[in-house]
Structures are given as C-alpha cells and as structure tokens.
Write a protein that binds this ligand. Structure first.
Ligand code: FMN
Length: 393
C-alpha cells in the first residue's frame, strides 16, 4: 500500500481535512431568488459522498447587486442562513468539510447563464428589481464592448460593501460552514479593484498598487472580525490576469493577506479581459500550477492549485514537488464525482473505499475482495482492453 500526500489528513487552524482533495466553487446557476434548491443539495451531496476532503459551495453573493445571473446563490440577508445550513449539514454527514465562496460580480453582474449565451441579460417582466440590479464597479469602465458600462461606486458605497462582506461571513459561520473563501479572481468586483485596467479611482481605493489592494484588505479585515479564529480563510486570486496583474503583485498581496489572517491562496487566473486563460483555454494539464508554486514560495503561504488537474498521480506529484498544499479538481469531478475514490484506487492507497459512505463503499469493497479486483471502468478503455490486461497478468 502506498503512503500518499493526497490522502494524508491536514489541519488548518481548528479544522481537519481527511485528505487534500478540494471541490472548488462551481456555479450552478440554479438558485431561486438567491435561495438554494434541491439541485444544490444533490450537487454538494454527491461531491461530499464522493470522498473529497473539502467541498466549497459556489460563489454566493454578498449583496443583491452582485448577482451575476438570475440563478446566483445569495447570502445578503439572514433569511439565507437556514437553507444554506441544510447543505452544510448534508456535506458534514458525509464526513467532508463544508466551505463556501463569497462573491460579487461587479461589472459582470446581470448576465445570462453561460449556456444561454454568456452576455448581458435581456430585461423581462419577471425581474422585479431590474433598476436596483444595476452593475456597479470601481470605475465606469465596461468589461468589453459587449458589456454595459457599470456605475462607479461612491466612496461611501465601497465602505458599505466592505461591511456587507463581513456580514456575509457572519452568516456563513451561522450556517455552519467551516471554510470560507473570498472570490478575488476572474474579473469580478474584488479583481476589478485590483486591476489598473478596471480601477481608475482617485480616492483611497484606487491609484497606487496599495490603493487598489485596499478594498480586498479591508474586506479581509471585516470578514476576520466575523469569521471565528479557529476557522480557515481562503482567498482566490487571478494570480496572472494577462492584463497588468501578475505573480509578483499576487505574491506581495498574499503576504499582506497572510498577516490579516488568510490561510490559503487559491491560485487561479484570468477573467479581467475576454482573452484570459480562465478555464484552461490554453488546454494544458495543470496550467495554473506554476502560479500556485510561485505564490507559495514567494509569499510563504499555503496554496491551492486548480486547473486541469485530472489524474491522481498528477495531483500527488504537485504536492510532492511542493507546488501546492491542496488540490482542487473542478470539471474532472463533474465528470466523475467519485474521483477521490478512483484516485485512491489508482494510487494504491489502503482502504480506497473507506473514503466514501458505506451505502456504496461497502459493496465496492466486497466486490473487490471477491476476486474481481478494484479496477474501475475509468481504468481501461473497455472490456477488450480489460480482458487483454487480465490475460497478460
Ligand atoms: C460550471 C463551473 C462553475 C464555476 N463557478 C465558479 C465559481 O463560482 N467561483 C469560482 O471562483 N470559480 C468557478 N469556476 C472555476 C472553477 O472553480 C475552476 O477554477 C476551473 O474550472 C478550473 O479548474 P478545472 O480545470 O479543474 O475545472 C467554475 C467552473 C465551472 C466549470
């Protein structure tokens, strides 16, 4: 049996993860007026049951104006605490840690769902608060030609927003989440403050690099006053955005955030311009891993690597090479929600079925013992290849 880093437990502050596998936030566009639906329960539930150590619920909006689409989850009011708590409870019952990402879409708010065109939303009579849902941003600069020009936030509104993030953190704690992630990436509000391209403010939230970082730093401070000391805080950054913000700036920011109580930088990229590499348009295994390695080494902070991490041995090598502390598996876990079990089998980890609930783990374990072995359908191409392997062995 192999000892792996991927399946070794890890404690951050007072929270213990059974392994280093994380389901990153993945928007479902399926909320109703900000409330989670059965879809969210099923979605978070299947990943938690699949054996990941940490399941992070999608970008959940700290204010109504921050909703990207009609299907965004909300946490801008206490009424969301109990329904989100239902997701937490189910995730925890599967022996996984429940996390949530807080977000605000900024100038990319009020859009259609990606599969409906990924463009500004067309006004329809059923959207009652169309005017109030006006996209806002640090400056009145559109994301691109196809997007509307947002309204620039007044200084007082920026300060109110800082408090909104703090209140959202309080609600996340009350709902029972144990890990919180702040969405500072992908060209949404926080990233819009960081980027010179989208932030041309002349008040204290713009100008120099320190000025552009101020919003996120104040948000972190507000969040930390409401988010208990024993619970980990992550920040997702577009470590390289191909538009003026890069690994050096990110490492400098990470150092500051660490001093403010951030434990992990989740290292993503892109989103501030249409040309950015978000979702791996470069199509390369582990395309963002070097960004994680850079931040980890330069800022001496824990990092999470994400982006086309597809195979268990790939994930294990990233950890062994010291390029990250946690591994997030996004689209591949959409393809195979039992990815952690699958990876445990392929890496030769002891008790691969112990990671998952006995409702199915027990039966897979007995099948393995009855001479069928542990090779899952993802191991080989099909029956012919499996037969060939058996006759060769
Ligand atoms: C359907 C979908 C929804 C996503 N929603 C979010 C989100 O809410 N917040 C976020 O920071 N990233 C989001 N992402 C990005 C993923 O968290 C992840 O960084 C990205 O998919 C790259 O990792 P992968 O190659 O393992 O999928 C989303 C990705 C997908 C595919």
């Amino acid at each position: 049996m192999t000892e792996t880093l991927l399946f070794s437990p890890m404690t951050i502050r007072g929270v213990s993860l059974k392994n280093r596998i994380v389901v990153p936030p993945m928007h479902q566009y399926s909320a109703e007026k900000g409330f989670p639906t059965d879809w969210h329960l099923m979605n978070a539930g299947k990943f938690a049951a699949g054996g990941a150590g940490l399941v992070v619920v999608e970008s959940t909006k700290v204010e109504r104006r921050g909703c990207g689409t009609v299907g965004d989850l909300g946490i801008w009011d206490d009424k969301f605490v109990a329904p989100l708590g239902r997701l937490v409870q189910f995730i925890k019952q599967q022996n996984a840690v429940a996390g949530i990402q807080l977000g605000h879409s900024g100038r990319k708010a009020r859009a259609s769902r990606p599969w409906e065109g990924d463009r500004p939303l067309q006004r329809t009579p059923d959207i009652e608060d169309w005017e109030a849902w006006q996209p806002v941003a640090p400056s009145a600069i559109a994301h691109s030609e196809k997007w509307p020009v947002p309204r620039a936030l007044e200084t007082g509104e920026v300060k109110d927003l800082v408090q909104a993030w703090g209140q959202a953190a309080r609600r996340a704690h009350e709902a029972g989440f144990d890990v919180l992630e702040l969405h500072g990436a992908h060209g949404y509000l926080v990233h819009e403050f960081l980027s010179e391209r989208s932030n041309q403010r002349t008040d204290e939230y713009g100008g120099s690099e320190a000025g552009r970082m101020r919003f996120l730093i104040e948000v972190t401070e507000a969040v930390r006053t409401h988010w208990p000391d024993h619970k980990p805080l992550f920040v997702r950054l577009s470590v390289e955005d191909n538009a003026g913000w890069g690994p050096e700036q990110s490492a400098r920011l990470a150092r500051i955030l660490k001093a403010k109580g951030v434990d992990v930088i989740d290292c993503s990229s892109g989103g501030i311009s249409e040309a950015a590499p978000i979702l791996g348009k470069e199509i390369k295994f582990g395309y963002q891993v070097p960004l994680s390695e850079h931040v980890r080494r330069q800022a001496e902070i824990m990092t999470m690597a994400v982006g086309l991490i597809i195979h268990g041995d790939q994930a294990e090598q990233i950890l062994r090479d010291g390029q990250a502390d946690l591994i997030a598996v996004g689209r591949e876990i959409l393809n195979n929600p039992n990815w952690p079990m699958d990876a445990a089998l392929k890496l030769g980890v002891e008790g691969p079925f112990r990671n998952v609930p006995p409702q199915f783990g027990y039966w897979l374990g007995t099948r393995a013992k009855r001479g069928f072995g542990t090779r899952p359908s993802t191991w080989q191409n099909g029956l012919q290849e499996a037969d060939q392997a058996a006759s060769n062995s």
